[in-house]
Design a protein around this ligand. Structure first.
Ligand SMILES: C[S@@+](CC[C@H](N)C(=O)[O-])C[C@H]1O[C@@H](n2cnc3c(N)ncnc32)[C@H](O)[C@@H]1O
Length: 311
């Protein structure tokens, strides 16, 4: 860095690398939380500087290759402003930038939806669900779709599939509609306003081969201790009742009526595997490992769900 850059004064347009150093220093000193798609101040700073420079966040892992990229004075100022806003408001960076990245895809987000970060995305993108699918799914449901991220990912992976995406929040569905349009999926992705299964037909013609669900699962006690960043997200996207399993319970009870015989449920419960096992002690769940978590997501088979929930 030049002495001017080191001192923090922007008298000449800095490089992307110098801006990154300043952001990291400021954010580290402010002790922010990084649970919204980035694991550290370094990762999040890379996303910010790339975004402002007009480079894709998919380059974040290799941001150093762009370290000498020159920034305009306006870009440098914008980075400073967002850096300060992130500290002052503790909003997730995704809300400040109006975008989130998941499995290499960009999604429009704002405080009407939770910031996309589901572990299911990695499993979808890497084909990790294939061993449980007898053939490419023709009908997919993404229950609790939020921004529509998982539904869109599924629709892009299985190009022949009809995908339904349900959510109780009209605000979330409005954001999902923007993302659906951005990926030109209006013909194959149906957005459904529904309190879990309430608005979904349960006849044989409407069953699903694959049901994805990343429901709210944070137990009430944990809701009280969440870092400030999470308080900017819709509470209904996080709060899962006393044991975290309130929505999961209703979801699993209703699932058998909406699954094909060979159907598969992929359910995310984050850090709540113990709560899940204590709520459903005899339900066989196959836990799938992802890069950052060994037991946040499980696969449940239609036959096992029927045995557990259908008298
Ligand atoms: C953890 S977020 C998941 C969003 C998205 N699938 C993702 O992975 O980013 C949970 C979503 O469930 C929705 N939700 C909460 N209660 C619901 C209910 N009773 N029926 C349907 N959706 C509900 C929330 O609005 C929120 O969008």
């Amino acid at each position: 860095m030049t002495p001017q850059e080191e001192s923090g004064a922007i008298s000449v347009p800095p490089t992307l690398g110098a801006a990154w150093v300043k952001v990291v220093r400021a954010w580290r000193a402010a002790d922010l939380d990084y649970g919204h798609g980035c694991a550290s101040a370094e990762d999040e700073a890379a996303w910010l500087v790339l975004h402002v420079a007009g480079l894709p966040a998919t380059e974040a892992e290799h941001w150093e290759a762009h370290a000498d990229h020159p920034l305009t004075v306006q870009q440098a100022q914008q980075i400073e402003e967002v850096t300060a806003q992130r500290i002052a408001t503790r909003q997730p960076l995704a809300y400040l930038l109006g975008e989130a990245w998941l499995a290499g895809l960009r999604f429009v987000v704002d405080p009407r939806v939770i910031v996309p970060r589901s572990f299911i995305a990695e499993l979808l993108a890497e084909g990790a669900l294939d061993p449980w699918l007898t053939e490419p799914p023709r009908r997919v449901l993404d229950m609790c779709t939020g921004s529509g991220c998982l539904a869109i990912l599924a629709a892009l992976i299985w190009e022949e599939a009809e995908v339904d995406a349900g959510d109780l929040s009209p605000q979330a569905l409005a954001v999902a509609a923007i993302n659906r349009e951005n990926y030109a999926l209006e013909q194959r992705l149906r957005l459904i306003a529904s309190d879990l299964w309430d608005a979904l037909a349960a006849d044989a013609a409407h069953t699903y081969d694959l049901i994805l669900c990343n429901p709210p699962y944070v137990p009430t006690a944990s809701m009280q201790t969440l870092p400030e960043e999470y308080r900017h997200e819709p509470e209904m996207a996080l709060a899962g009742g006393a044991d975290g399993m309130e929505l999961v319970r209703r979801f699993l009870q209703g699932a058998p009526a909406h699954l094909c015989d060979h159907g598969v449920v992929v359910l995310e419960v984050g850090n709540e595997r113990a709560a899940f096992e204590s709520a459903f002690p005899s339900l066989p769940a196959i836990w799938l490992e992802t890069e950052l978590h060994a037991e946040a997501v499980c696969v449940l088979l239609a036959n096992d769900l029927r045995k557990a929930f259908v008298a």
